[in-house]
Design a protein around this ligand. Sequence first.
Ligand SMILES: Nc1nc2c(ncn2[C@@H]2O[C@H](COP(=O)(O)OP(=O)(O)OP(=O)(O)O)[C@@H](O)[C@H]2O)c(=O)[nH]1
Ligand SMILES: [Mg+2]
Length: 423
Amino acid sequence: MKALLVGVTTKYDIYDIEYSLDELKSLAESLNIEVIGKISQQLDSPNSRTYVGKGKIQEIIFNIVGNNVDLVIFNDELSPTQLRNIKYELNIEVMDRSYLILKIFEQRAKSREAKLEIKLAKDMYLLPRIQFLREKESRIGGGASTSTRGAGETQRELDRRHLMAEINHLHLELESVKKMKLNQIEKRKRNEIPIVALVGYTNAGKSSTMNSILDFTKKNGTDEIKDVYAKDQLFSTLFTYNRKIEYNKINFMLVDTIGFVSKLPHNLVNSFYNTLQEIKNADFIIHVVDTSSKYINQQINVVMTVLKQIGASSIPSIFLLNKWDMTISPYIDTPGYKSIKYSNKTKENIDLLLNTIIEEISPSFIHARLLIPYSKGDLSNIIEEKCQIIARNYEETGTYFEAEIPKKIYPMFSLYDLDTMVS
Ligand SMILES: Nc1nc2c(ncn2[C@@H]2O[C@H](COP(=O)(O)OP(=O)(O)OP(=O)(O)O)[C@@H](O)[C@H]2O)c(=O)[nH]1
Ligand SMILES: [Mg+2]
């Protein structure tokens, strides 16, 4: 299938049109659509009737005929009116960015929740547009006689009713799935395992990083560990995946999330944001960046904007400068944030990454019961000065303390920790 891409750029756009159309091209290619050309137009805002202006429509028609184009894909979500008018003018199959993303999500969905969410988003998208998208089938249903119109309309009405019934049903089913999930989150919170979330633009390498960490921390292959799905395609991860990690005796929950992308379909935004709500519970965020992409800054911006929108921008975070093995930007500016140069190919700095995680999530105080010999009066003095003492007792061999000890000075006392002391 040969497609032509059409985009409008306005002065308010934060991405340049070249980037946006390149991204649309990779979205199309992931559905095996061959892109043979791109047309763009600078406007104050997209034309409300036909998205682009009259002259551009002529240019598109010219292009369709000249290059045997089968499909035209528009870079923004088209309103039902725009869709109708454009189909009328072009007389060819038409799609918009939203529908394309919905189709990709539909193909990738694996879990029951993902399937339901995407079906719902697609039905909502289709509901006001069904008559324009189902035109072909309606025509077939109506035959070529004068009754075409009436039969077509009946078919459309049936389609609409079918969609509405399905939407109601999907809402109900989703609600029950979500209740179950909420219980799981609550349970995890009660367990108080710190949560570390991997976030980032789609294809940045979040799932690969999760797999590298799983691999690096598993004990002699005895742990039963399930890798998550990582692939060179957009949206290979559609919902969140959790894996428990233990490193240096500290446990945390690592969460892999859906990739971000600009201009998400309106109807998917909700389910997308719901999915990302889990990030809000995170104690630490690893923002994975693809340093081999020439659009690194735009991608960082999209992710930062979404994090802000979901209320997660104040959670401590670092930039993981991933794919450093093939970076094209050796100087990346991440003002105010720590960053780690990293690669899933070479595993460079994986230990630094894990140590940074542990450092960030460990509580700043350690609760301990100590027995300090009377000969170590200086240590007792430090405890009196620097620690929160819960209990103190003078025993035969020394002073007993139960205290909250700042993590940084704990090593001075570890020898006298009654819970780890070798008797
Ligand atoms: N060269 C190189 N390739 C990498 C690195 N990390 C990941 N990749 C590749 O990048 C592609 C995307 O990786 P994923 O881990 O699936 O990316 P993701 O961020 O989970 O993507 P989505 O789930 O689609 O949002 C895969 O082909 C990986 O093999 C790296 O450090 N170096
Ligand atoms: Mg992934």
